[in-house]
Design a protein around this ligand. Structure first.
Ligand SMILES: Cc1cc2nc3c(=O)[nH]c(=O)nc-3n(C[C@H](O)[C@H](O)[C@H](O)COP(=O)(O)O)c2cc1C
Length: 184
């Protein structure tokens, strides 16, 4: 079975992303067609890429960087769960991606976003970034509206119609993840 990482791309205290990542994990697991696992950026407190780290923290930081790279290398494909911050992905996710390159090459990705317009501008931003990292991003994205899929902008209550789109995104992601495995 394919291994698919669900990358939770927000570390903000009180983030909406956690509920969205749990939802997509449950949804995907119920299909029973791949191994799905949430990867929470909070578990990988990476310094800004290139920032000097000294003293006792150094070994811990190196271990964290290696653990992040190893975890991301272990997947055949990815679902990026990302909010939209200023029409782009958040800084934590961009910084975490900047640590990677060969770990992602010739793999596939799908997107789950949320924001006032469903996180769509963050998706477009992520498509540019992943192009450079040689990740094939699938067409269909899942887009949750802060206004209609969250109560009070904070309690996740996704509308039923997202199920079709989510299945389509997952179908595409698994096809491309499987195909790309043959050339790695
Ligand atoms: C710094 C910042 C910038 C934001 N910019 C946008 C934006 O450009 N477009 C949008 O739709 N929502 C924007 N939002 C709203 C976020 O999409 C919304 O708060 C979302 O819940 C953030 O994800 P999180 O709760 O998982 O951190 C912004 C929020 C923050 C904190």
């Amino acid at each position: 079975m394919l291994n698919i990482g669900i990358i939770l791309g927000s570390v903000r205290e009180g983030r909406n992303g956690e509920a969205v990542a749990k939802w997509i994990n449950e949804f995907a697991k119920n299909r029973g067609d791949a191994n799905y696992e949430i990867v929470d950026l909070i578990d990988y407190p990476l310094p800004m890429l290139g920032a000097k780290v000294t003293g006792d923290d150094q070994a811990l930081v190196e271990a964290t960087i290696n653990a992040w790279k190893e975890k991301m290398a272990s997947f055949d494909g990815y679902i990026f769960v990302t909010p939209e911050y200023n029409h782009a992905i958040g800084g934590a996710l961009k910084n975490a991606l900047d640590y990677l390159n060969p770990e992602l090459n010739n793999k596939a990705a799908g997107f789950v976003g949320y924001g006032s317009l469903g996180g769509t501008r963050a998706h477009e931003n992520l498509r540019l970034i992943l192009g450079e990292l040689q990740v094939a991003d699938v067409r269909t994205a899942v887009t949750f509206s802060l206004m209609s899929d969250f109560e009070n902008l904070s309690v996740f209550k996704p509308a039923d119609y997202h199920a079709d789109n989510t299945n389509e995104m997952l179908d595409q992601l698994l096809k491309w993840s499987s195909a790309l495995k043959t050339i790695r």
